[in-house]
Design a protein around this ligand. Sequence first.
Ligand code: PMP
Length: 427
Amino acid sequence: MSRSHELFEAAQRHIPGGVNSPVRAFRGVGGDPVFFERAEGAYAYDADGKRYVDYVGSWGPMILGHAHPEVLGAVEERMRKGLSFGAPTEVETQMADTVCELVPSMEMVRMVSSGTEATMSALRLARGYTGRDKVVKFEGCYHGHVDSLLVKAGSGALTFGEPNSPGVPAALAELTITLPYNDIEAVRETFAEIGSEIACIIVEPVAGNMNCIPPLPGFLEGLREVCTEHGAVLIFDEVMSGFRVSLGGAQGHFGVTPDLTTLGKVIGGGMPVGAFGGKREIMEHVSPVGPVYQAGTLSGNPIAMAAGLKTLELISEPGFYDRLTATTSELLAGLRERAAAAGVPFTTNQAGAMFGLFFSAEPVTGFDQATACNQDHFKAFFHGMLERGVYLAPSSFEAGFVSIKHGEAEIQATLDAAAEVFAEIAG
Ligand code: PMP
């Protein structure tokens, strides 16, 4: 019996499903989750000592690769000064200055401890600022487990078939309007009808929670126009795409400016960090300057700030994103080639260093196509790759990530494994 299996059995005694976040369970693909022991660079090692090329990277944060010595060094140094104060520290200002410099639409920013907190706070702020209650989101987008946003949600909610979670009061869910991603006409029609009641649109500017679906040309631009016209707040949820699609996030890459932005994942370099920010005029409605309440005992934790700041410093080096994006393109081209050689219908999406793998003959530009992909092929691919030492997200509704430590050797090993697995799938 494997150590992972033993650990999973033990974990289930006191932890629901044996995991502290549902996407870690292998519910979408079957089998036991792998328990990890340590990780370094592009590799993660499980409790049985098996090595994997890791394309999950803690679901996005590990863009520098695991256990980067400079990030660990920054954490160690900061840690010795005390773990938390609940009072302001200089490193929080350094973080705010850095974020506002890298993402110019953010004139002010508040740090929180998760992506969920960031979107929850941004939503409350948009409602408080506009005095309106309704919010627009898109089917298959996931914005954390915020009550108002667990409506037709993506990620684990979609994988486990519960996009509308029990426990969210119907009275609250009624205020959430869900529209099809990449369908700007649906947005225009909704705003033409009830635009004056809508506080905000929240969108993943590159969808990463129904697999990876980039915006169609004109979609983000259209959202910007509609929000400006109707006085609604445009929120880009860049928890995943921020510092991932490009250094300036999806907004920098596509050249569309939101009113508010939410960040997470990369900004903490693997520590629990999130942030929301944007136009000064809106952010000045946040407590203690304004009346919209938002707070956090551990917000801006100095150790987490140190890890995040060092990460932001290292990803700002010239050429970083060119290399990361080129590696991602090379991986995807290689996978498409090998699938074609085996005769398996397969396509990929890419936005910077974010990617999606689809068992589909057609391009995937929306929720309906993403959910119509061949699930059996995905499961077989996932398990075949896992067996051969390649760790992919255990769901067909998640994006994948490379790190700067993924080089020729890791890509080649991945493609060699994929050639064998595609051949097995083709039968
Ligand atoms: N927004 C997006 C776009 C995300 O991808 C996620 C997490 N995958 C969240 C919000 C929630 O972040 P967290 O899990 O840190 O609460």
